[in-house]
Ligand binder design. Sequence first.
Ligand SMILES: [Zn+2]
Length: 160
Amino acid sequence: MTGEALVCLRCGTSHAADERLCPDCGLPLVPAGGGEAEVTPAQAWARKVKPSYAVGDLVRVVTARNLVEAEFIQSLLLEEGIPSTLRRTAGFDVPEMLAAGPRDVMVPLSGLQAAREMLLEVELLSTSERAESPLRLAGWLLVAVSVVGAVVWGGTELLT
Ligand SMILES: [Zn+2]
């Protein structure tokens, strides 16, 4: 019974509860036996995936700085029909529960090219991996603006 607690979203094969990805498709497994009348978020997700992008070994397309950025990238990829999973970047021993710490965004090999092109298009992937990501720069800009704003506001307060 407990041996087939999960099913693959794409091919529908049953898998043991301790597996996380379908060995054939590389897609996340979901609990079996959910309501069939309603479309679950997982099913909606599966319908967006283009099967031609879901073939091959998982490869890293980009490293996100944290879980929030990683999930944002995943949602962008999904809009293009590219399935993805996250892996904690090697060398960062942060407890799994924490949202902090970089994540590798992994896509099937057949979706890698499309994923790269899409991420380049939205400037999330620099041609040089070492360059600062635009998201990071935007974050720092926001911080700078709010700090300057606070200082100006505080200064006004002192003058009155
Ligand atoms: Zn499968």
